[in-house]
Design a protein around this ligand. Structure first.
Ligand SMILES: [Zn+2]
Ligand SMILES: [Zn+2]
Length: 269
């Protein structure tokens, strides 16, 4: 009874609002804000999901994957460019500990999965064993009181029906990757994770979930750790990924086109 009264009071004091424009309503992003978020509908590297120059015809892989493909992380895909509202939501979630932002990012993830045919085809979401959130070190998790990757994995789980399994732990605190060069990022996360062996089915496929894909160093190290513990294939999904400024307009245009197309189908890339 007391809990019901408290829940009612909380709803009355803090009514649900759109996380984009602040308008009152039950959806985490309203009908006006959600379609305005550009999705990652760009030609991309078939392995790491890095955007490719739309003018470069016949190119399948980015320069990194052409020179040395990381085997541990089979492939990665991201829902939206790391800019605008998506970026603000990530910042709110990670640095302002604002959990409602996770629901809004979840809405972006769901919309992307329904429309991005290439990503839906590439990701083994129907055959994987589980979604694995990239873990935080317990000290950071205590500060934030939650793991943002876990919240995102839970919203993804609602969409694809996979269980969320915390199969990894961060055994060593690492410096934030922001501002580090690529080689320093690799060194920073080397040996930072351990697998919970009892969570891993030998040979099974796992989907790592994180907020932002920057250099991929963290996700590659997580994948390496899972595979060393017996996992088969490891892929990754993140909600955001930085893209080149001039491609943002294209991502926006193609997202708007996708909405206009009468059948609601995404662009096949
Ligand atoms: Zn809104
Ligand atoms: Zn690549």
């Amino acid at each position: 009874m007391a809990r019901a009264v408290l829940a009612w009071l909380a709803r009355w004091l803090f009514p649900a609002r759109c996380q984009g424009c602040g308008r009152l309503g039950p959806e985490p992003l309203c009908d006006a804000c959600l379609p305005r978020v550009p999705l990652m509908l760009l030609p991309r590297c078939r392995w790491c999901g890095h955007w490719l120059d739309p003018l470069a015809r016949g190119v399948e892989r980015c320069a990194d994957c052409r020179s040395a493909r990381a085997d541990d992380l089979l492939l990665a895909r991201s829902a939206a460019p790391h800019e605008g509202l998506t970026r603000r939501l990530v910042v709110r979630l990670k640095y302002h500990r604002h959990q409602a932002a996770a629901e809004a990012l979840g809405a972006i993830l769901r919309r992307w999965l329904r429309h991005d045919e290439e990503a839906a085809r590439a990701l083994p979401l129907d055959s994987a064993a589980a979604l694995v959130p990239v873990p935080l070190h317990r000290r950071r998790q205590r500060w934030r009181s939650f793991n943002q990757a876990r919240l995102l994995a839970e919203t993804l789980a609602e969409e694809c029906g996979l269980p969320v399994v915390e199969a990894l732990v961060r055994v060593r605190p690492t410096r934030p990757q922001v501002g580090l060069a690529a080689a320093a990022r690799e060194r920073n996360v080397k040996g930072a994770f351990a697998a919970r062996d009892e969570c891993i089915v030998s040979g099974a496929t796992y989907v790592l979930v994180d907020d932002v894909y920057t250099s991929g160093a963290t996700l590659r190290e997580c994948a390496r750790t899972l595979r060393a513990a017996g996992a088969g294939q490891v892929v990754a999904v993140t909600v955001a990924r930085p893209i080149r400024e001039d491609l943002l307009g294209l991502a926006r245009r193609w997202t708007a086109e996708m909405d206009r197309s009468s059948d609601g189908e995404g662009r096949a890339l």
